[in-house]
Design a protein around this ligand. Sequence first.
Ligand code: GLA
Length: 739
Amino acid sequence: MSVYIHETSRTFHLQNQQFSYIMKVLPNGHMGQLYFGRPIHDRENYDYLLEKCIRSHSASPDLLEGFSLEHVRQEYPVYGSADFRQGAVEILQENGSRLCDFVYRGYRIIEGKPRLTGLPATYVEDESDAQTLVLNLSDAVTGVELELFYTVFREMGVLTRSAHFINKGSKAVQLTRAMSLSLDLPDDQYDWIQFSGSWARERMPVTHRLSEGIHAIESLRGHSSHQQNPFVILKRPRTDEFSGEAMGFSFVYSGNFLAQAEVDTYQVTRFMMGIHPTWFSWKLESGDDFTTPEVVLAYTREGLNDLSQTFHRLFQNHLIRGEYRHKVRPILINNWEATYFDFNEEKLLAIAAKAKECGVEMFVLDDGWFGARRNDYAGLGDWYPAKELLPDGIAGLSEKIEQMGMKFGLWFEPEMVNPDSDLYRAHPDWVLQIPDRKNSLARHQLVLDFSRPEVVDYIYGLVSGILRESRISYVKWDMNRSITECGSQAYPADRQGEIFHRYILGVYDLYERLTAEFPHILFESCAGGGGRFDAGLLYYAPQAWTSDDTDAVERIKIQYGTSYGYPVSSMGSHVSAVPNHQLNRITPLKTRAETAFFGTYGYELDLNRLSEEEIADVRKYTQFMKDHRELLQFGTFYRLRSPFESNEPAWMVVSGDQKEAIVGSFRILSKANQAFMRLRLAGLREDLLYEVEGMGTFYGDELMGAGLVTSDAATGKVGENIMPSGDFSSVIYLLKAVK
Ligand code: GLA
């Protein structure tokens, strides 16, 4: 890893073993982008990469010979002058001007990686793991200074970026657009992959070929959203899972975002990612500063699996914090789908007792335990245990659960309030709202104004009180509606554009305080399932409820899609009842368990309703997870066959020393007289002999080259470990290197 600085040509070359990223100061003082891709030799000067032509209709404020902003690639472009593409920054000034002109002033290098105050971000513990280049620019007219941060990780194809503004001028300005990253690429030969969906159908990969014009995804819902995940891949058309060039952009942020690629008429691709400019502005009084959230840019030449593995390693080692960062996750049972709101202590204890018998380690009480929350019309915000359900409160229940030998976890939805609640009656002004306008309800609830510190303090007081007085090992932090009418009574008119962002900062603040005060508690984030599954929240909560859809067939797709950007250890996955509550589909218990193995694993049903035979299986699956969760959650994950393209999707995890692996192989619909099927594995050592349980021994090169024969009863049995016949089947293959 090196940062080469060439003072004479004013060139900056960031390099590690995976990529080179090269910039230079342009003739007009702006920062130009020269190259991003495979590592290349360092040299004093790469000016041959600068386009020096003036075309018809191009403009140049400085009348510089052969230089047009429209035709050079830039680092942090501005709209309004001679570049007609979308800009990364816009600053509204007192005189109505929106133009700025950020000119290079200098640089500094920081060993390691500085923190971003109040924001989640990747980090290094050892300074030698990363280097940060900070470029200083300034706009002479407004006096606003800009610092562009570039951190290169030593061991990984990762570069992170963010921008920091300081108003050194004498007048206030409004920042109305401040992207975290802008990157101009010299061609448009890319497939853009986005992860789209809706409630219960999150993160389905959707691919578009880039072409002239703008392609964008966004969230304007106040949370990163089920609809579009703040994660995009650009890959070369021929890149597949195992080879080829690709780059991934992950926004370490949980609120409104924009990710877009603008291809101009010369096939230059401008990629941008940051806080969505719609309804965003930030007032900078003289002396104030603003930091954008960070974007993680990962790069590979070895295919999409390698790109995903880079994100998995980065997030597990340099984003997720706390005790559970590298720790296997407890196997839990959650009562939501078992009881919904219809429970009392006796019922909960019966569910917990049966789960304990099956080896489950933690009982989680979901929604409905507080205030008047007997259904979803009332009680949100009143975080007091409902004594009619729980005579000894949460403290008493958690103690009883611990006496049974299990840990206890609890659900909160801290950011919300039902109009029918004591909290709302006492503080009707504590919700997001716009004067003289009606508030929209969603799931009968309103959104608390987390831009106000006193609201966050109040909720902190209640939640931390319960965490302190009870024996709580896990918190599920939910967020069940999108934000509408985003205004705050606590801020003046010229600061209303700050509320979306201030809201998220309030959420981060509460997370920070709770996770710091209760380091032993495992936090799982949730937003109606996977509506806020993003890198920002992983900084506080090492796992997230992947989706409210617990159907095994849908979960294969959702977990497969999620795996492009997020590690297995972050995906909450539960075995639920059949017929499935979201789809009414009946899948075998085996398939439900074997899908959930590739996640944090838990149950979401009343085990008392299962037969003796099924309970024996549940015990077996629970034990399997205990025996293998280290590898399942922290091994190297490979997508082998896509559920979006194949009736037989498959994935696998491989241990760090490559001596163990677990393959999950699924078949959606059964077929008569099937083909003779093989599955080519990945990530093994060619020269090692592996025992595949129930199948025989094979060399790594055989398993990766010829493949593991997975044929079943339809074609004649091969080995003992065969796919059961019937729809929605699965089989797990355990591989162990033999001497
Ligand atoms: C959301 C969550 C569910 C459950 C309910 C409770 O929908 O995603 O898992 O907690 O809220 O109301």
